[in-house]
Design a protein around this ligand. Structure first.
Ligand code: ZN
Ligand code: ZN
Length: 312
């Protein structure tokens, strides 16, 4: 079968690879759409968790051999460690991500545990289905913040994660919503979601701010725009630098919470949000003929589409 393979620092190529084999209690899913994630664009320049050669792709949906249309939760957990027992599977001590630690979905087919499979509503488009995974990150983040209903919410970074955070906050009754991004194309995408306050930086004070970029400057901005006692959620993973003013954090009792992935229940909850998502910022490309090209262009700063999906 054909796959887009990460072959070395900064390198991907379409290759002919062996068919995946389903292990015990696993199924081979035929991939319909797989999204290219910002973490992959950053992650392959300086290989860390992802070791070449590796088939990337953790945001995806497809069809099982018996014809079910499914989204797959790519976070595989042990189910028995102290974190799993405490209902925090995202912190599992043995967590494995499809497309990071084992073969992912930038391929015609991928082997996945049966327990990771979630059936989709029959009317849901493949494009929306491929966005369930990023949307689950937003559901988890707002949960960690204690919910957004009636609260003023700011989001820094209007890539996929920022946009789905805005959408979930909007659907969950945030009292005010503002978004910031340095790229005009992404600010437009936020406006199309109905966010009125959109700029290259946040202005004013918020109860909760999400940093969906993950560099020192945006982490600091998330803190700076919090009201006293407010909560910053850090979701972005672009760089290690925390960037924050520790004294301000103490004096104003600000809180910073890191947010990583989601639980299985949050993944399922994300299906209904993703179903209603505006998809004007999403574009699909053929994996075989355009996969390597679009991956490289996005890695080199191509601003659009905000989310590229690959169709094997
Ligand atoms: Zn992702
Ligand atoms: Zn575990």
């Amino acid at each position: 079968m054909k796959a887009l393979v990460f072959t070395g620092p900064g390198l991907v190529q379409v290759d002919e690879v062996p068919e995946p084999r389903a292990g015990l209690n696993e199924t081979v899913v035929s991939v319909a759409r797989a999204g290219i994630c910002g973490s992959e664009l950053h992650g392959i320049r300086q290989p860390g968790f992802r070791k070449p050669p590796m088939i990337l792709g953790h945001e995806f949906a497809g069809r099982t051999p018996d014809g079910r249309r499914v989204a797959v939760n790519p976070l595989l957990v042990c189910g028995s460690c102290d974190k799993c027992s405490a209902h925090k599977p995202q912190l599992c001590r043995d967590r494995v991500l499809l497309g990071v630690h084992r073969a992912g979905a930038f391929a015609e087919r991928v082997a996945v545990p049966d327990s990771a499979i979630h059936e989709l509503p029959s009317t849901m488009s493949w494009e929306a289905a491929a966005l369930v995974e990023p949307t689950a990150n937003a559901v988890h983040a707002w949960g960690l913040a204690g919910g957004v209903s009636g609260r003023r919410v700011g989001v820094i970074g209007c890539g996929t994660i920022g946009l789905v955070c805005l959408f979930v906050a909007q659907s969950s009754g945030a009292s005010a919503l503002a978004a910031a991004d340095v790229a005009p194309e992404r600010r437009d995408a936020a406006r199309r979601l109905g966010v009125q306050e959109v700029g290259d930086a946040l202005a004013g004070e918020f109860d909760v701010v999400v940093d969906a970029v993950g560099v020192g400057a945006t982490r600091a901005a998330a803190m700076d725009h919090l009201t006293r006692g407010g909560t910053a959620i850090w979701l972005g993973l672009a760089a290690p630098d925390p960037g924050i003013n520790g004294q301000a954090l103490v004096r104003d009792e600000k809180r910073v919470i890191g947010s990583f992935a989601y639980s299985d229940a949050e993944f399922v909850e994300a299906i209904s949000y993703a179903e209603r998502l505006d998809l004007s910022w999403v574009e699909t490309f053929s994996l075989a003929t355009k996969g390597a090209l679009i991956f490289n262009e996005l890695m080199n700063g191509r601003p659009l589409p905000v989310k590229a999906l690959l169709e094997p």
